[in-house]
Design a protein around this ligand. Structure first.
Ligand SMILES: Cc1cc2nc3c(=O)[nH]c(=O)nc-3n(C[C@H](O)[C@H](O)[C@H](O)COP(=O)(O)OP(=O)(O)OC[C@H]3O[C@@H](n4cnc5c(N)ncnc54)[C@H](O)[C@@H]3O)c2cc1C
Length: 226
């Protein structure tokens, strides 16, 4: 496995070069990492039998690869290693409510990663990738839950998409029409923030008596996500 440090700046390719609202883009790999670390759901865009298919799926990122997984029978996963895919991660931070409908917008952090994913076949990397993916959404569960057995591993396809070609875009701030003629319309304008949070735990009714919520899960109830 290659452990040499990655460049701190993302290369700007024909695919990743922002054309519109370029000032919202960033070539800082640290910004990409932060966006990827803030979530665990991505959308995998892949062309299957000549048609685009965009599949929501769970991911994990170790800063070098974005790992995603599923059934070996999954058509989108089976096709991915043969083709260029685009994976998108989106966090929605607020609704920007302007005086005019035209100026309405969304505050967000998003990333798009392009490349040809690699089917992970090395047993050690497969476990490490599955650990990365599990820990990203549920830190502590890899050590707490039963790990996949040989049969489960065989039924699971794990793909690694290198974080070599990616773009990031971040939109913040309020409406843009505060200094134009619409500012005098007497209409309210501003931002309605959006935040995702974990709720209270819901114990499985089949739980045997005396099994407490583990601390690494209990501690997340009511906390924000990303
Ligand atoms: C939740 C959300 C809602 C949005 N709603 C709208 C909307 O209603 N209307 C609208 O016009 N735009 C919207 N955007 C912005 C949109 O994603 C595009 O950035 C914008 O439309 C420019 O598109 P384009 O095809 O001109 O991209 P270009 O600037 O031509 O894209 C060039 C390259 O820049 C990169 N890039 C572009 N957009 C993004 C992105 N969002 N994140 C990471 N990399 C990117 C890609 O690598 C792309 O290939 C929204 C974004 C988010 C996250």
């Amino acid at each position: 496995m290659n452990h040499s440090p990655l460049p701190t700046t993302l290369p700007e390719t024909e695919r990743t070069r922002h054309r519109r609202l370029r000032e919202q883009g960033s070539l800082d790999r640290g910004v990409l990492d932060a966006v990827l670390k803030a979530g665990f759901i991505c959308h995998l865009g892949v062309v299957l039998d000549g048609h685009p298919m965009v599949v929501p799926t769970v991911y994990g990122s170790d800063g070098r690869n974005l790992y995603f997984h599923g059934s070996v029978a999954s058509r989108s996963l089976a096709t991915s290693p043969d083709t260029t895919v685009c994976i998108t991660v989106t966090h929605v931070d607020g609704l920007v409510l302007a005086r005019s409908v035209f100026e309405h917008g969304v505050n967000y952090r998003s990333a798009m990663v392009y490349g040809t994913p690699r089917l992970v076949t090395d047993a050690e990397e497969k476990l490490a990738g599955l650990r990365c993916l599990t820990e990203q959404s549920a830190p502590g569960q890899w050590d707490y839950a039963r790990r996949p057995n040989r049969k489960e591993l065989a039924a699971t396809a794990l793909l690694a998409l290198p974080l070599d070609e990616a773009s990031v875009k971040i939109s913040t701030g309020g409406p843009d029409d505060g200094d134009g003629p619409d500012a005098r319309l007497g209409l309210w304008a501003g931002v309605l923030p959006i935040s995702a949070a974990f709720g209270d735990v819901e114990p499985d009714p089949a739980l045997e008596d005396g099994i407490e919520v583990p601390a690494h899960i209990a501690v997340r109830a009511g906390t924000g996500l990303g």
